[in-house]
Design a protein around this ligand. Structure first.
Ligand SMILES: NC(=O)c1ccc[n+]([C@@H]2O[C@H](COP(=O)([O-])OP(=O)(O)OC[C@H]3O[C@@H](n4cnc5c(N)ncnc54)[C@H](O)[C@@H]3O)[C@@H](O)[C@H]2O)c1
Ligand SMILES: O=C(O)[C@H](O)[C@H](O)COP(=O)(O)O
Length: 383
């Protein structure tokens, strides 16, 4: 059996060689010819799997994307061709939440505000948005949720309309999938009218998909009024993104919110398991045997620290978004935007999720343990 795998998929040989011969290729360079003679294709989000790509796919029986998003896959076409498909829901959701929390802590520090007492609007409350709300639960943060598909399916009367979030939220986080058509389409969900309606001072974060937000309208508002705080990890037209918009945002990163070792490797394992199921083979390999140990395992807090300070300290030690902002900026200046965007993603330095860090507390009071655990760290009470 032959399996074609994107070069940015970690542990591909370790997992997929159980199935057969693994060939690697950069995801943006995959063509119809690349697929000839291959039985399985394993991609990430940058390879459009469509009629043009499948034109010469003479043996293809399985397609897997090691990502949460599936907007790059023509699912009806795979159905018509009888090709089995799998994605990796939830795989890097915790990493995205870490990214959002790190960004919020940085802006809070720069602007001298506290997350406690803020109202945060979460648009799209699936794996990412839902876990973000849960992790903020132990802080005094008011979470407002907009998720019309879930509101309908679950009869949730506590969920709000997007325009209510825009009215009320100090922080607005977009975690929607890209859906081009239908009642709940998300293309330019944040359109010009909604971007204009954001209250001055709103923190706007998009770590969903670039096309969910009208980038031209955001750039124009920032040029004209400069009165928002903005965090963009996803952009229209990646990797050739709008440099003028990039210059105006407070935190700009090249679609790496989910790029922890943990999130990426879990995505590979999920697709390995799905492929083995599809081909009727036992999945013997386990991620636990292959994943490297975290280099920072433990922080000991010897005396009591106010919860927000402790969160900030531990978050910064584990993952600090500044690392990615600064490094991406160096790549872009050295290589230009388009090449720099992809090069930083390809050479992304290792990063671990908050949940890999154990925080040992010598003193617990004032909700410190709950705040740390709620934020995602694993906590142990010392003697
Ligand atoms: N920046 C990154 O690195 C990164 C990483 C992972 C995922 N993502 C993106 O984030 C998206 C969300 O991830 P997830 O794991 O939470 O997915 P998910 O499928 O678990 O949740 C998505 C949620 O959005 C809701 N939704 C759909 N249409 C909506 C609309 N019009 N308005 C409001 N809510 C709507 C759905 O009902 C669902 O609850 C993914 O589809 C992917 O595109 C980005
Ligand atoms: O949908 C996802 O899982 C993410 O957007 C994904 O992690 C982005 O990384 P890429 O697939 O572009 O390598």
């Amino acid at each position: 059996m032959r399996i074609l795998v994107d070069e940015n998929v970690p542990l591909a040989e370790e997992f997929f060689s159980e199935l057969g011969e693994v060939t690697r290729q950069p995801g943006r360079e995959m063509t119809a010819e690349s697929l000839r003679g291959h039985d399985a294709l394993v991609v990430r989000s940058i390879t459009p799997v469509n009629a043009a790509l499948l034109e010469q796919a003479d043996r293809l029986r399985f397609v897997g994307t090691c990502t949460i998003g599936t907007d790059h896959i023509d699912l009806p076409l795979l159905g018509e061709r009888g090709i089995s498909f799998a994605s990796a829901p939830g795989s890097n959701a915790d990493s995205v939440v870490d990214y959002v929390l790190s960004s919020l802590l940085l802006l809070a520090e720069e602007d001298g505000f506290s997350l406690a007492g803020k109202t945060i609007g979460i648009v799209g409350a699936g794996n990412v948005g839902g876990r973000l709300a849960a992790r903020l639960d132990n802080l005094d943060v008011d979470c407002l949720i907009c998720d019309p598909p879930r509101a309908e399916a679950e009869g949730r009367e506590d969920f709000l309309e997007l325009d209510a979030l825009i009215d009320q939220a100090d922080i607005l986080c977009l975690h929607t999938p890209l859906v081009s058509e239908g009642e709940h389409a998300t293309f330019h969900l944040l359109d010009r009218t909604r971007i204009e309606a954001l209250k001055p001072g709103t923190v706007l974060i998009n770590a969903g998909r670039g096309d969910c937000l009208d980038g031209d309208a955001l750039r124009e508002r920032l040029e004209r009024r400069g009165d928002l705080r903005t965090v963009l990890d996803v952009w229209e037209h990646e990797p050739g993104i709008d440099e003028a918009l990039y210059e105006l945002v407070d935190i700009g990163t090249p679609h790496i919110a989910g790029y922890s070792v943990d999130g990426k490797m879990l995505g590979t394992e999920m697709i390995y398991q799905a492929a083995m199921r599809h081909f009727g083979l036992p999945a013997r390999k386990k991620l636990g045997q292959l994943k490297p140990d975290p280099w920072l395992r433990k922080i000991v807090l010897h005396s009591w620290t106010p919860p927000l300070d402790a969160l900030s300290l531990c978050a910064r030690a584990c993952y600090d978004v500044r690392r990615d902002m600064l490094a991406f900026d160096r790549y872009r200046r050295r290589l230009g935007m388009t090449a720099g965007f992809d090069a930083y993603r390809r050479e992304y330095p290792p990063r671990r999720e908050f949940q890999t860090l154990r925080v040992e507390l010598k003193k617990n009071k004032g909700g410190l343990r709950d705040a740390l655990e709620g934020f995602g760290f694993s906590v142990k009470l010392g003697k």
